[in-house]
Design a protein around this ligand. Structure first.
Ligand SMILES: NC(=O)c1ccc[n+]([C@@H]2O[C@H](COP(=O)([O-])OP(=O)(O)OC[C@H]3O[C@@H](n4cnc5c(N)ncnc54)[C@H](O)[C@@H]3O)[C@@H](O)[C@H]2O)c1
Ligand SMILES: [Zn+2]
Length: 402
């Protein structure tokens, strides 16, 4: 295990059921009281914007603007429109209210509002020149961890891939995690975002060990690799998902399950954004764009296949994962335990009615070489995967999932 590592989160992270009723006490100070909420029409309809407004006094409420044109897997064009809205109203704070899609949109909005230009000027790692307008991230799904992460993902319709902007300046000023806001999450979104959290935790736990040192600095890679703290967080997140996801799926109002899943999503977000995501994410980006499936749905399908590919290089870690899931008996060998973990994920997908094969998503064998090629170009994710893949390996993984 590595000797040197560092760790980052949102400027402040608060968690608790019902927090939203008092959230304004924790509002970060800003140059202006004007506030822009970035959200989407479903969440307006679900009454979640009202719950944010109810937590503010009357005077503060008058200075709130709502951009409700957010969308799942937001496009660059939508980000550009949201940024234009911010430039017009000049908010002191931007609130990202929603799942990963709206929180990411809020980050990019704050970035372009603060530094000008176009979202594409900042794609990639560490291209944000300095701090951005204070961002309050309020998740309404339990999964992405965007509320604490340094990442924001947009869909690029022209190139057909999802593009990430990664920078320490994208970690929100305040992450406010209130599990009650996830109670209205439809079962499919609960399942998909929950499997995204599990993917984050597993990719973080099985990632490479970093080569950070005091000499080369700690911030010189978008994903530094696993460390003891990211491992501890990933372990807890894996246990929580195993314990609570199916209950949250079947019983949306089950507070204990929702509390556990909200915690799992945030812990997994801390784990991956200080550790790594890897091959599952690299393959999902082009596949998800082409077949128009959600990020979590694509990850859930690919996760067991990538684990099988990585297994010879991460046998011990995968046996640990079986244990975190409560599956490993005392006399089980590491190989058997690792296989049990993978089979458990497959049966979890089935119980959540998630598709098992790429063809169930509408993909075909002709698509696979293109996805393998695009995924292979995402160097930061190839480099941090425990087993270095060739483009042929990626194609084989996709063929196995077809
Ligand atoms: N920045 C990061 O670190 C990071 C990490 C992982 C994923 N992501 C990104 O996050 C996005 C996926 O986010 P997601 O899985 O949270 O889903 P989402 O934000 O795309 O939301 C999916 C749908 O569920 C609805 N919804 C969300 N919460 C609801 C609630 N409480 N009640 C009713 N409806 C609700 C939304 O309106 C939307 O229509 C992808 O774009 C992915 O790339 C970002
Ligand atoms: Zn993810």
């Amino acid at each position: 295990m590595t000797t040197f590592w560092d760790f980052h989160s949102a400027g402040r992270l608060i968690y608790g059921p019902g927090l939203i009723r008092h959230w304004a006490q924790h509002r970060p100070s800003a140059h202006s009281k004007t506030c822009l909420i970035i959200t989407d029409s479903h969440l307006v309809e679900a009454g979640l914007v009202d719950r944010v407004l109810d937590g503010m006094d009357q005077e503060a409420r008058k200075q709130v603007h709502v951009f409700d044109e957010g969308e799942a897997e937001p496009s660059i064009q939508t980000a550009f429109r949201a940024a234009a809205c911010a430039q017009a109203i000049e908010p002191g704070t931007i609130i990202g209210l929603g799942g990963g899609s709206n929180m990411d949109l809020a980050k990019i909005t704050g970035l372009v509002y603060s530094h000008g230009g176009h979202p594409s000027d900042y794609f990639g790692f560490d291209r944000v020149p300095g701090p951005i307008c204070p961002i309050v991230a309020i998740p309404t799904t339990a999964g992405t961890g965007s509320e604490v992460s340094h990442a924001a993902v947009l869909s690029d319709q022209d190139s057909g891939v999802k593009v990430s902007t990664l920078s320490p300046h994208l970690r929100p000023t305040l992450a406010l995690v209130d599990p009650e806001l996830t109670h209205s999450c439809p079962p499919q979104v609960t399942a998909e975002s929950g499997m995204d959290a599990l993917t984050h935790a597993i990719e973080a736990y099985t990632a490479r060990i970093p080569e950070a040192s005091p000499e080369n600095g700690f911030q010189d890679a978008p994903y530094p690799g696993k460390n003891p703290l990211s491992d501890a967080l990933a372990q807890k997140a894996i246990s929580l998902v195993s314990r609570h996801l199916l209950t949250a799926f079947h019983q949306p109002a089950n507070a204990e399950a929702r509390n556990g899943m909200a915690l799992a999503g945030t812990l997994a977000g801390l784990a991956f954004s200080n550790g790594a995501v890897a091959l599952v994410h690299a393959l999902e980006y082009p596949m998800g764009m082409d077949v128009h499936c959600s990020h979590g749905r694509g990850n859930a399908l690919l996760l067991p296949h990538v684990m099988r590919f990585n297994m010879p290089y991460r046998m011990t870690e995968m046996a640990d994962i079986a244990q975190f899931m409560g599956l490993k008996g005392p006399s089980t060998t590491p190989v058997k335990a690792a296989e049990t973990a993978i089979e458990h994920i497959e049966s979890l997908n089935q119980s959540l009615f998630l598709p098992r094969r790429i063809r169930d998503l509408g993909g075909s064998s002709q698509d696979l070489p293109r996805w393998a090629e695009k995924a292979f170009q995402i160097k930061r994710l190839m480099d941090i995967n425990p087993r270095t893949p060739t483009q042929e390996d990626l194609l084989d993984i996709l063929k196995a999932a077809l």
